[in-house]
Design a protein around this ligand. Sequence first.
Ligand code: BT5
Length: 337
Amino acid sequence: MHMQYAKSNKRGNGRKQLFTALVRAENEFISGEELGKLIGASRAAVWKHIKQLRADGIVIDSVPNKGYRLSSKTDSVNPLLLPSRELDKLGMNIDYSLEVNSTNVRARELARNGCAHGTVVVSEVQKTGKGRLSRQWHSPWGGLWMSVVLRPNIQPAQAPFITVLAGTALASALRDDLDIDARIKWPNDILVGGKKLCGILTEMDAEMSRVDHIVIGIGMNVNNDVSKLPNGLRDTVTSLSLESGGGGAPVDRPRLLLSILGSLNRHLDKMSTSGGRAEVLGQWREMSDTLGRKVKVEMVDKSVVGTAIGIDEEGALLVETKEGEERVLSGDCVHLK
Ligand code: BT5
């Protein structure tokens, strides 16, 4: 299921090895015979794997007497397609798969088995992607569905700040690298033109005073066709390919992954000093879509209506209500106007 780069004879791996061989050949054609040698399979098996990859959405050119080549039209987030592998701290280990239930669930499994800080899980498709409170997250081919495992030296109470930090890092990456007017809706959405582009799901394993690991799950609509989402969602959701000015042309997802990891890394480095955290909050305020708006925030036991007037150093939203100022650490926020 998950990408193994080492040679293996397990069933299912032939397809992945073949994909890897095509990626390594870059834009050169490679013959069926040569491919067969590389992966230790017959030409008939090579052909079968090619058919399966095509069914998975990988576009492979084939020309008689020349062989096969990964098409430039291929839209894959395979880390082998990353423009460079100069990844620092985050993304040194990337667990890639064509399909997974949820990258957050997979990341937590890896974390419980002791994986390193900065391990990244990414998948082309999620079968049971999750939003908060067990909501469903639609994750077809073409989006960016990823999770990052962090082992930060922080108290559990500081965890909500990580969601704020992740939102700030994502919005900055989208602005700086893709020139997108990304805005942050408290606590965990990135909006463009008022529509949801991305959601963040932060989960943590902790004892009373020590965080073992935090998983930041990021779900971003990139090249997936959002008009195919269920009825109620279509009008409130957008994708990067629609917003990035390329007339719906696909966005390079490996490059986007790299840009997000770089930004996340830079922002996490700011976490350790109060000056750095203040800087992150300042950026958040600048890119916020929530501040200054009339909001309704639903919490587990009550809801609050008022004007969003600020965010504090723990990531709590400050809401001015008729009864006075309320501090909301987590909840669902609706922008009323
Ligand atoms: C979120 O939850 O916005 C967090 C979503 C996090 C998803 C990522 S993908 C990688 C990682 N692995 C996972 O399993 N999850 C994370 P919430 O605020 O609860 O919003 C969920 C709501 O967003 C749903 O109830 C739908 O209304 C809507 N929704 C579902 N799929 C969507 C999509 N692809 N794009 C935009 N909105 C969507």
